[in-house]
Design a protein around this ligand. Structure first.
Ligand SMILES: [Zn+2]
Length: 344
């Protein structure tokens, strides 16, 4: 089913308070109805402290952002938009099982305690869904109704937008596009699966393959970078840089990543026949057309005719602020009655 939000509320358009909770950073902002960031705050995410201190930290950073705008703007805030790593339950406002925050994070009520502390109506969504709404309202997907959003950085995330609404499925968790298998004999994925696009084309997946190559003695350049990072692991950008300076093993890993991404995108085009696929995230940004170009060529060569003639593969437009400015359309959707579902 297409996502309906609770609590249902209506409001006039106005500035919103936004939170983007990530594994490394808590970012907060006051965002105008036009998508401009009016003030921001944030800090490193406290990990392994349990849910209550993490929620307290989120509340404190939201208060700092709200205190940084003029008093009349602070008084006109219409709501609170919360983006968090999936899976989340947008109906109950619960963090279902977020990775990376340490033990104790299972079915954690998140939206309601923050809404109560701030005294504002609130909506919670998975970060990738908030990003998709941001691109729809203010970025690369303006004017689209049926599109997919893919983000490629440490991991690969996604969002399915149908008729201008997030498709969440019966449990609200649909759209984990990063775990589509593209190579059933491929490397293990962080989720426990095998050959998923995230295992082959994400920063963490590329780094894992490069670490294996370095340890196996197949690439002196990657081994040198691994030694320089010690005790830390390689990063995805190490591999891209080593490839750019002529290391054949690194180049082969990046080439495989591009081919896997192309196969993934062709599959999405054939299944969803979307108007648009918006590709964001730091790794996609760094690779640019070196990643998107082969995907476009593969679509032209192999995708079904009707979708391939229409679909466009475009870079995301909003960069790092995507999880914050998406709070504006998130609250606007949350404020729409389910009866509005069929209206354009
Ligand atoms: Zn996976």
């Amino acid at each position: 089913m297409l996502r309906r939000y609770a609590p249902v509320m209506r409001h006039d358009r106005g500035p919103v308070l936004a939170l983007d909770l990530g594994a490394t950073q808590i970012r907060t902002a006051v965002v105008g109805a036009d998508g401009r960031v009016l003030a921001r705050a944030g800090r490193r995410t406290p990990v392994n402290v349990g849910p209550a201190p993490l929620i307290e930290a989120c509340i404190a950073e939201l208060r700092r952002a709200a205190a940084a705008v003029a008093p009349e703007v602070g008084r006109s805030l219409v709501g609170l938009g919360l983006a968090a790593p999936g899976p989340v339950d947008p109906t109950t406002g619960i963090l279902v099982e977020p990775p990376n925050f340490g033990p104790g994070f299972r079915d954690v009520p998140f939206r309601d305690p923050i809404a109560a502390a701030l005294g504002l109506p609130a909506a919670l969504e998975r970060d990738t869904n908030v990003a998709a709404l941001a691109e729809l309202e203010f970025g690369a997907a303006r004017g689209a109704r049926d599109f997919l959003y893919v983000t490629i950085s440490t991991g690969i995330g996604g969002s399915i937008v149908i008729g201008g609404r997030i498709y969440g499925g019966p449990d609200g968790v649909a759209g984990e596009l990063g775990h589509i298998p593209v190579d059933f004999d491929g490397p293990p994925c962080g989720c426990g699966g095998r050959g998923h696009i995230e295992a082959l084309c994400s920063g963490s997946g590329i780094a894992r393959l490069a670490t294996e190559a370095a340890r196996a003695g197949r690439s002196p350049a990657l081994a040198a970078r691994l030694a320089a990072r010690a005790p830390g692991p390689l990063e995805g950008r190490d591999v891209g840089e080593a490839a750019d300076t002529g290391d054949q093993e690194a180049a082969a890993i990046m080439e495989r990543a591009r081919r896997a991404f192309a196969a993934f995108i062709v599959g999405l085009v054939d299944v969803f026949a979307p108007e648009l696929i918006v590709v964001g995230g730091s790794l996609a940004e760094a690779q640019g057309d070196r990643l998107l170009g082969p995907a476009r060529e593969a679509i032209t060569r192999t995708a079904f005719r009707i979708p391939r003639e229409r679909v466009q593969i475009v870079p995301a437009a909003l960069g790092d602020d995507v999880g914050l400015v998406g709070a504006v359309p998130l609250l606007a959707l949350a404020g729409r009655s389910p009866l509005d579902d069929r209206s354009p």
